[in-house]
Design a protein around this ligand. Structure first.
Ligand code: NOJ
Ligand code: CA
Length: 536
């Protein structure tokens, strides 16, 4: 186990003050010249991650897979796909990360397997196969069509007919991703064993894929129509998925996953959940018996306005169960980059927000250098979601492009044309160029991460809202006598705010140029500027 990096952290709470960094392994670093990132590539870049100052990496799936959904279709839960390397490569990565005090969180995909998983191959072999009930099978409806109206998130019916056995199987995503039957105790035991396999190898936790999907209605009732469905949005939302997601019974399943994790010291359980805040917080579980961190994606969907963000934080803080630790996310491999959503200037303000709100932040690879959403030419589209539901798949390829390391061929990512195109601006926006630049996006991230480490008020302090007026968002973080003020300008015009308690000095500006500037009751912000003040 990696030791705590500083003494103010108890061994069981590294993830409270810690910052998580998501790596999409296909796109981080290629080491064998096939244009696809791999695990030795992650290992090779650990010194960069250590110097950035993050505490943990979360690796998207690297398991053997036909790659129909780029690894979220797992064919073997206990191995590494040859594209990404070998199990010894994984062990070497964990050891090298731990040497640098970086924890390793892996993706657990328990809702579905690949159709190439031996479990599914057995299940579909015959109706009386012992593994038949590991998946969700139903007879055709009266018209010979699907058994009910359930829809796949990736387009069309969620049911596919298996011609050999004459029954339909359920898949919340692609037909090549059949859902496991979590009502079968053997499935529960098998996934718990998978978790123990990786925990014993030293992983520090799991990010659990689509955890709110794990249970479906035992009676297979139709989902009702969604009266608020808007034409042009994902047809999946034509129905309200009340019988396919977020069932009360799923909480027992989550608590079961948590018990496995709790058998090992100091490990973390994160749940992927796209739900309104009031439902999301249920995933902390009764008496905090659920996920340590149910991923909070609300910032991905909120209007980029000071008041809207303040209201969101207030709603989230109010909804958290007692003792439940918050968390915030600005980007991931499924949603457009923050750089596109708010623009490059506000992306700096967003970084300061992410790293100063109360709660564990998750940074998406490349956001720390200001990587843009990349327009993917039609002939290079890879994402099955985009192919199935064109224009609605949310441009997932564009947020998964190769990490931009330097201005050399293929951005230092590979020696050959990568699996997805590099951003056209990679010769300017890259780690090497930003490394020595005193006000680059990378420098800003490094400085914010240092500030969190040096000032426990920022990492673990209480959050006190002070103002949200016009483009100004102002809040305080405080802990054991230390007080920091965070002032963010969500617009392009300067702001001059009289704030009697703002007395002290500037710790950081998003422009990286105001260190130590004294502040006496007045905060001056340039357009698109955020500052952190340390109160005297
Ligand atoms: C959520 C993952 O983040 C996404 O990339 C994937 O396509 C679906 N789950 C299905 O596994
Ligand atoms: Ca490779």
């Amino acid at each position: 186990m990696a030791p705590s990096r500083n003494e103010s952290r108890t061994p069981t709470s590294w993830w409270r003050a810690g910052v998580i960094y998501q790596i999409y392994p296909r796109s981080f670093q290629d080491t064998n010249g096939d244009g696809i990132g791999d695990l030795p590539g992650v290992t090779a870049r650990l010194d960069y991650l250590a110097s950035l100052g993050i505490d943990a990496i979360w690796l998207s799936p690297f398991y053997p897979s036909p790659m129909a959904d780029f690894g979220y279709d797992v064919a073997d839960y206990e191995d590494v796909d040859p594209i990404f390397g070998t199990l010894p490569d994984f062990d070497a990565l964990v050891a090298a990360a731990h040497e640098r005090d970086i924890r390793v969180i892996i993706d657990l995909v328990p809702n579905h397997t690949s159709d190439a998983h031996p479990w599914f191959k057995e299940a579909r072999a015959s109706r009386d196969n012992p593994r038949r009930d590991w998946y969700i099978w139903r007879d055709p409806g009266p018209d010979g069509g699907p058994p009910n109206n359930w829809l796949s998130e990736f387009g069309g019916s969620a049911w596919t007919l298996d011609p050999t056995t004459g029954q339909y199987y359920y898949h919340a995503f692609l037909d090549r991703q059949p859902d496991l039957n979590w009502r079968n105790p053997q499935v529960v035991a098998a996934i718990h064993d998978v978790m123990r396999f990786w925990l014993a190898r030293g992983v520090d936790g799991f990010r659990v894929d689509v955890i709110w999907h794990l249970m479906k209605d035992a009676q297979f009732r139709d989902n009702p129509p969604n009266p608020d469905y808007r034409a042009g949005t994902n047809p999946y939302f034509k129905l309200l998925p009340v019988h396919t997601t977020d069932l009360e019974e799923v909480q027992d399943v989550v608590a079961g996953l948590r018990r496995v994790v709790d058998d090992y010291p100091d490990r973390l359980l994160i749940g992927e959940i796209y739900l309104p805040i009031e439902r999301l917080v249920a995933y902390y579980g009764a008496d905090l018996s659920g996920a340590h961190l149910p991923f909070n994606f609300a910032l991905l969907e909120t209007a980029w306005e000071a008041r809207a963000v303040e209201r969101l934080v207030a709603r989230y803080e109010a909804a958290l169960p007692k003792g439940g630790w918050p968390n915030w996310v600005l980007g991931n491999h499924d949603r457009p980059r923050i750089h596109k959503r708010v623009g490059p200037d506000q992306a700096r303000v967003a970084a300061m927000l992410l790293l100063t709100l109360r709660g564990t932040p998750t940074l998406y690879y490349g956001d720390e250098i200001g990587m843009a959403q990349v327009d993917i030419p039609p002939d290079r589209i890879q994402d099955p979601y985009e192919k199935n539901v064109p224009g609605i798949g949310m441009g997932r390829d564009g947020v998964r492009t190769p990490m931009q390391w330097d201005a050399g061929p293929f951005g230092g990512f590979s020696t050959v044309e990568p699996w997805l195109p590099l951003a056209p601006d990679f010769t300017e926006v890259n780690v090497a160029a930003e490394q020595g630049d005193p006000d680059s996006m990378l420098t800003l991230h490094r400085r914010l991460l240092v500030a969190r480490r040096l000032h426990p008020a920022l990492a673990e302090g209480a959050y006190v809202p002070l103002a949200a007026e016009g483009d100004l968002l102002l809040f305080r973080r405080e802990r054991e006598g230390e007080r920091c003020l965070v002032a963010l300008n969500f617009g392009g015009d300067p702001i001059l705010a009289q704030v009697p308690e703002a007395r002290g000095r500037v710790l950081a500006s998003t422009f990286c140029d105001r260190d130590e500037e004294p502040v006496n009751g007045e905060i001056a912000l340039r357009g698109h500027e955020g500052v952190i003040l340390l109160c005297a």
